[in-house]
Design a protein around this ligand. Sequence first.
Ligand code: NAP
Length: 398
Amino acid sequence: MPGKITKSADGRLLVPDEPIIPYIEGDGTGVDIWPAARSVLDAAARKHGKRIAWKEVLAGEKAYRETGSWLPEETVAAFRDHLIGIKGPLTTPVGGGIRSLNVALRQMLDLYVCLRPVRWFPGVPSPVRHPERVDVVIFRENTEDVYAGLELEEGSAGAKRLIEWLAANFGWDVAADSGIGIKPISRTASQRLVRAALQYAVAHHRRSVTLVHKGNIQKFTEGAFRAWGYELVAAEFADLAVSWEDCQGDPGARILVKDTIADITLQQVLTRPDEFDVIATTNLNGDYLSDALAAQVGGIGIAPGGNINYVTGHGVFEATHGTAPKYAGQDKVNPGSLLLSGVMMFEHIGWYEAAADIVRALEATIADKIVTYDFARQMVGVHEVRTSEFASAIVERL
Ligand code: NAP
C-alpha cells in the first residue's frame, strides 16, 4: 500500500515500503533524463523488495502551459506534505515574477542546506591527473547571502531612496548609479548549516570540516560565519570535534574543524583536494566551489545535489545542471546527475543497499565503456549510447 513518508517525534524519517514520492519531470532534457533515472531507481528498489509510488507534480514550462503558473501552490504543498521529492532541471522564466523556481522552492520549504557530494567514479574522464583524490561533501547555505533576492535596480526609486538614506544615516558614499544588493548572514542560519555539516561528518566518519569564507574582507558577514561556526563546535560538539586552533592541527580521534578563505580554497581544491573532506560554506562561495569541484570529476552531467531541511525532514533532490534545451527530446544527454540525486534521496530515506547497488552498476557501466555523448567525446574506444540505453545498461548491471 502506498503511504507517506513521515517524521517521528524523535526526528527520524518513517519510510513505508512503498513511499509516495512527488517528482517534477523538468523542462528541456527533463523528458530524457527523468524516465531514464526513474527506470534505474525503480529497478534498484524492486531488487530490495521496495516500490516507489511516484506522484507527478508540475513546475516550470509544463506547469505554465497547463495551469498558467510556473510554480503552482499544489506543487509546493505536495513537497511540503510528502517531505521528500525529486526534480529535473527547470527553465528560469525570463522577466517573470519568479527570480528562479529553484530558489523559490528552496525558500518556500526553508531547505537550508544545499548538499553536494563530489567524488570521482573510476573511468570518468577528468581534466586533472588525480581525480580520485576528490571526495568532498559540500554543505552550502541555501537561504541567505546575496541569493536572498534583496536587490534594488540601478535608477529605481528604491535604490535612490536607500542610497540617500545610507548617506544620511551612515555617511556612506554609494555611487548614485549603483544597483544595490543586500547580503544578510545570520547567526541562526550559519549555525544550523554548520551543525548539519558536523552531524554529517560524525555520522559518516569523516575526518574534517572546513569552513570556507571570505571573512578577511567581509568581516561581519563571512567573518561572522566563521566565528559562529567555531562557536558552535565548542558549544555543541566539544566531545566529537575540535578546532585547529584548539589542537594545533592534531585532533586525535575527533573531527578537525578548520577554515580557509574562499579564493585560496578554489586553488587548493585543485592542487590539494585530499585536504578537503566536508566543507561548510555560505551560499555564493558554495555555488562557485561545487561547480569547480564537480569539473574535476567529470562535470555537470554527473554532479548530484539535494536541498534539505534536517529539522523538518524536508528534502528535494535535483539534477544540478540546467535544462540543456538544445538537446531536449533527443535521448542524448547524461542522466547521471538526476540518477545520483536519486541515490542521495535513497540514502536520505535509509535505502542504503539500493543506493549502493546503483553506484556499483553505474561504475560497472562506465568501466565497460558504455557512456553518453559527454563522456564519449573525452574518451577513446568507447561505445556511445543514448540516455535510455545508458539507463538500460545500468539496470542490466544492478
Ligand atoms: P545547462 O542547461 O546546464 O547546459 C549547459 C551545458 O552543460 C550543456 O550545453 C551541456 O554541455 C552540459 N549539460 C547540461 N546537462 C547535461 C547532461 N544531462 N548531460 C551532459 N551534459 C550536460 O545550462 P544553461 O544552458 O546555462 O541553462 C539552460 C536553462 O536551465 C536556463 O533556463 C537556466 O536558467 C536553467 N537552469 C536550471 C537549473 C536547475 O533547474 N537546477 C540549473 C542551471 C540552469 P555541451 O554543450 O558542452 O554538450
